[in-house]
Design a protein around this ligand. Sequence first.
Ligand code: ADP
Ligand code: MG
Length: 372
Amino acid sequence: MNSPSENTHNGEGKMARIRAIRSAHPGNLMARYFSEDYFNSLDESKRGRLWRIIATGIENPDSQMGAYAQNSRDYEDFEPLLGPMIRDYHNIPTGHEIGQKHDWSATASRCDLADIDPALNGVSMRVRVGRNLAAFPLPGAMTKAHRLELEALVIEAFTTLKADTQFGGDYHSLTPGSPHAIDADAYRRRVAAHQMFKDMGGDRYLAAAGISSDWPFGRGMYASNAEDFIVWVGEEDHLRIMAMRQGGDLAALFGRLHDGLEKFARLIPAFAHSSRYGYVTSCPTNLGTAMRASLHLPLPRLTEGGRNLERAKKAAQDFGLSVRGAGGEHSDAGHGGLVDISPSARLGVTESGIMQRLYEGTAALWSLEKER
Ligand code: ADP
Ligand code: MG
């Protein structure tokens, strides 16, 4: 245990670092909104919790957000710091009530990329939501025992899904000694196929938040028979639930996710949800719908043959879209300028709104790509 004087000393050192980050890295939202007066107003226990939440942004000055929630309650308990960061990132004016709404109704209407251009039929489509169980701490604060307990609980739910003809499939565990364990080669193949998440140990932002601790215990994935409904267990959120298909029918893709999500949710304890911020996620960037819907789109012209991701990012911004490399966050463009595009907004928009944005944004970006 640290003595009180050590704690104070430690705290002052961290506050000095935050001041330095604020001037050298103006993009770090934690440093931008951290207030020493607010910090000093907290009791000893809340100060300790706050340091854990923002450790990632102090250890990684180049962070965009600089905080990962450790418990679902953190968003309420630390609203004076996290609230302004969330509003800044999601572009929500102060005073504007967020009150996240959910709506999947557009999945019943036609929304096919082939209507934009027949050449788009066959692109790789993916839509995921992050979900956390209210009964557990968020991944950054879980013990190894929590991680194994969570995995055991969802394995039971997957057993029910496996018996359902619309799902089938199997659970693949990374937990050493698990009866569901897959070997290193099978794991690598699934990562290469974009179905499974990468070794989290390589991510310094997650490591500083404790999210990758105890790797690979309690980690794994379920894939349906057709490999179009997938659930990640133990990544940045307890669960990442997704639908993936090659084609153009966005409504069918979203419908597949919605059906699978509803069925799966009935088999497990309640998700953490807040009336203001919607589904509670580790990273404040994912709050709200916790949904990211993406396409792998070839943009050779807008990426200058895959060499200039920044140019494509700038073009996509006008249509409310973000651009990542084809290997996911922090990767480069793939062969032929293949990139990952997705609507940037997740909070203050509905699930149907995200589907519409992806469709309309793709139409606009595609006509820019094809302009002569
Ligand atoms: P997220 O945070 O939404 O899970 P990441 O950027 O971390 O997304 O990427 C996770 C994995 O999903 C990576 O392997 C990435 O290539 C893959 N991926 C994302 N979108 C698509 C897509 N439309 N088609 C195929 N794979 C995809
Ligand atoms: Mg990710």
